[in-house]
Design a protein. Sequence first.
Length: 146
Amino acid sequence: MGTFQKAQKNALTLNPKRISLEVFNFIRRIEKELAAYNKATIFEDSEDVDGNPIGFYSFASELISGGEKKAGDPFTLKDTGKFLEDLFSEVQGETVFFDTKDEKKDEVLQNLLTDNIFGLQDEDLKDVIDKRIRPFLLKYLQKNLT
């Protein structure tokens, strides 16, 4: 019976504000992982957050690149690597903010079909919840209830 009473006492110390703080602290620890999902969406899938294409190379791009970029191929934003290399996620208050530190960000964004490239697609968010956040919460609750 003592174990139940201890768990009940511990449960009373848990509140939404405390749990939210712990979750956001955990998300701060995985910011680089979140940014990696976003980078993969852009580089590997050439998609924005909603799954739409970010853009396609033109015939002029093919000529300028000497055929390295083919007309109709999807953008990868990997030209110099700076845009993707400088892409980051950061917890700010109660939100996770995605952006890049690349100085040419505005120029790059002007050439895309979408401006919705920063963030996680629903499938990636589900993956993060299933593989990282849910296990963290379960472990956290087990630790704080026993």
